[in-house]
Ligand binder design. Structure first.
Ligand code: CTP
Ligand code: MG
Length: 279
């Protein structure tokens, strides 16, 4: 029997009352230049349960083109969203996990996957029309009861994030208040400056593709969302950047793929096999 949480109308499944120890932090914030690039991180370990995770899973997977959400597509024998939550749930730093799902998928999650949701300590919340609406809903859900001082936002559609990259981005955020995983742009970049008849080459030396997780001090992310006011933003880091706060870039593995098209699943199977082999 799944109960609605009385205090939070949008929370679909209450957490299993996990005991989240010691959220206190004493580390000073380090000075950073804007968009500071972190190739390496000092070996710090955020305390157990100090980072709550928001998983954005409320999209429709329209580009994937399946009859159901791409998040239910099978990757190595299980739905890809389970790969995603399993990787995060296994981390000692992770406290609560709130996953935003769409109204049309909510029943499927609750009816078909309640055991797995319980196993991985996942609370469900109804997301919104835009990804930022879904993150906002999860933020509100976190606020309804005890929550950690740090929040990591991760796409459900990125099931391949590596443990070593989670360590790096968690540790960097813990030191610097805001950090995101990125991967260097490898393609030659062109900008159209004349209705597709004239181009300039954009140096790619300082260009990176933004990945997730994106990890923030909770107060900072909440402030960014308060100031959001519906202005379009491509990721959570952009909202934080608008507050004038530095966001550290942590170079992660490029195989932290976002499943978008069916062919991405073939690649994901191969990456997963390789990751398992090297584990
Ligand atoms: N997402 C979300 N809420 C939305 C839209 C997207 O939580 N309103 C989530 C998706 O479920 C996904 C992640 O954000 O895990 C990244 O979005 P994307 O890859 O674009 O997924 P979809 O929006 O589902 O796919 P599409 O754009 O092809 O419809
Ligand atoms: Mg989308």
């Amino acid at each position: 029997m799944i109960e609605w949480r009385a205090s939070c109308q949008r929370c679909l499944i209450n957490s299993q009352a996990t005991d989240i120890p010691n959220r206190a932090f004493s580390r000073p914030r380090l000075p950073l230049s804007r968009f500071h690039l972190m190739h390496e991180y000092e070996h710090v370990t955020p305390t157990p349960g100090s980072i709550d995770v928001i998983i954005a899973a409320a999209g429709s997977g329209s580009r994937f083109g399946d009859s159901q959400n791409k998040l239910f597509a099978t990757l190595a024998g299980r739905p890809l969203w389970i790969h995603t939550v399993a990787r995060l749930s296994a981390r000692a730093e992770v406290g609560r996990i709130v996953m935003a799902v769409s109204q049309s998928d909510a029943n499927l999650f609750q009816n078909e996957w309640s055991e797995e949701l319980k196993q991985y300590r996942v609370e469900l919340v109804l997301g919104g029309a835009e990804r930022s609406d879904s993150v906002q809903a999860a933020l509100e859900c976190l606020e309804q009861s005890e929550s950690a001082d740090w929040i990591a936002v991760h796409d459900a559609a990125r099931p391949l994030v590596r443990d070593v990259d989670l360590s790096a981005v968690f540790a960097t955020a813990w030191q610097n208040e805001a950090a995101i995983l990125v991967s260097p742009v490898t393609a030659t970049m062109k900008r159209d400056v004349g209705s597709m008849n004239r181009s300039v080459t954009v140096p790619r030396r300082d260009l990176y593709t933004a990945l997730t997780p994106q990890v923030f001090r909770a107060g900072l992310l909440k402030e960014a969302y308060r100031k959001h006011n519906g202005r379009p933003a491509t990721d959570d880091a952009e909202l934080v950047e608008r507050t004038g706060h530095d966001v550290a870039l942590v170079v992660g593995a490029a195989d932290n793929l976002k499943i978008t098209y069916p062919e991405d699943l073939i690649l994901a199977e191969a990456i997963l096999a390789r990751q398992s082999h090297h584990a």
